[in-house]
Design a protein around this ligand. Structure first.
Ligand code: SF4
Length: 353
């Protein structure tokens, strides 16, 4: 069951414009020569040390950022691990290279730290497609349902939830709730929700949101590519449409897909998630051939890019600027933070047990 949301068609349009603008821009990291890159990296390394800061980066950011996070003792991971790593790290400032909800999650878990982002404009179609006031009104219609939201949501949406989950733990949490006879409101990703619903048999009402990157993967394109590489295994993130999930050899979160590439015997993988993951996946599975799952087609929001336009807003230039002027800082209202912390902590405790 999905919610009808007229706003999303306007949202789709806005997303499309944003993606087009993104591709019309020059992006610094790929446009820099190696000497310039080295200069940026050197300045960032120095300022990280001087300002007691740590760089945490998502798997979908540029390779150069992932390298730098690794080299400087930061971390490269999924959104949950970024926040957990940041909370445990002794640095007083975290530079969160990713998208806005990741910075907010870091602030919710580490209120005493200064959380800076390369740009606060880096957001997520799932986050902006689930406004807190509309979501609250939606939840109010089903007062007997447990509210489970994906990590890709604003602090205000998390504050309305009973549980926050990531894609790596969604199945277990929903199964646990379903076993207790609970009915569930799931938001915002309808594809991940559908996958969880099918796998667990839980009674779920789904919010009608989607990721503009994963939504563009096409089953036909993957099958066509399989004709060329018949021995390839297909790795799929469950934010992808059901038709793509159905032809997967492994379905999972970013960390789970990296593990699958490492552990499965295949030499070639067709990977249906943001291509930023290839940096870490190739390190984990050296010598294996990684192919981007086809996207695009007429009417697609992405130009067969398999890359998130908001993740691509992170660059060495704005990481340096964040360290120099601290402009794009994340603030979360104290009361909201305390409310959002509860469902996040519930997930962390569930995971620990
Ligand atoms: S890849 Fe999709 S889910 Fe991830 S930040 Fe971008 S729009 Fe959001």
């Amino acid at each position: 069951m999905t919610r009808t949301n007229i706003m999303l068609s306007k949202q789709d349009l806005d997303d499309r414009i944003l993606v087009q603008e993104h591709f019309a821009q020059e992006h610094l990291p790929s446009q820099m020569g190696s000497a310039e890159i080295e200069q940026y990296k050197e300045k960032i390394r120095r300022l990280l040390a001087e300002k007691d800061a740590c760089l945490v980066a998502h798997y979908y950011t540029d390779d150069l950022i992932q390298q730098l996070a690794d080299e400087t003792g930061g971390c490269v991971s999924d959104s949950l691990e970024m926040a957990r790593f940041g909370a445990k790290h002794p640095a007083s400032t975290l530079i969160v290279a990713g998208v806005r909800f990741m910075g907010e999650t870091a602030k919710i878990l580490s209120p005493e730290k200064r959380i800076l982002m390369p740009t606060l404009e880096a957001t997520c179609s799932l986050d902006i497609g689930c406004p807190a006031d509309e979501f609250a009104a939606f939840c109010d219609q089903y007062p007997d349902h447990e509210v489970v939201v994906y990590a890709n949501t604003s602090a205000a949406v998390k504050a309305r939830a009973d549980w926050v989950v990531t894609s790596s733990i969604a199945l277990q949490v929903v199964e646990h709730l379903s076993d207790q006879g609970k009915k569930i409101i799931w938001a915002p990703d309808k594809h991940l929700g559908e996958y969880v619903q099918k796998q667990t048999g839980a009674e779920m009402i789904l919010w009608d949101g989607s990721c503009i990157v994963h939504e563009e993967f096409k089953a036909k394109g993957v099958l066509d590519l399989k004709q060329v590489y018949p021995d390839a295994a297909v790795l799929v993130h469950p934010e992808s449409p059901d038709s793509v999930v159905q032809i997967a050899d492994a379905v999972g979160s970013t960390s789970q897909l990296i593990k699958a590439a490492q552990e499965m015997p295949n030499e070639t993988f067709i990977v249906a998630t943001d291509r930023g993951i290839f940096y870490k996946m190739q390190q984990a599975a050296p010598g294996k051939r990684l192919l981007e799952a086809p996207t695009g087609g007429s009417g697609a929001t992405c130009r067969s890019c398999a890359h998130c336009p908001w993740m691509a807003m992170n660059g060495l230039d704005n990481i340096l600027a964040a360290l120099e002027n601290g402009a794009d800082e994340i603030h979360v209202d104290d009361e909201l933070r305390e409310q959002a912390l509860k469902p996040l902590q519930r997930m962390l405790e569930f995971q620990a047990n």
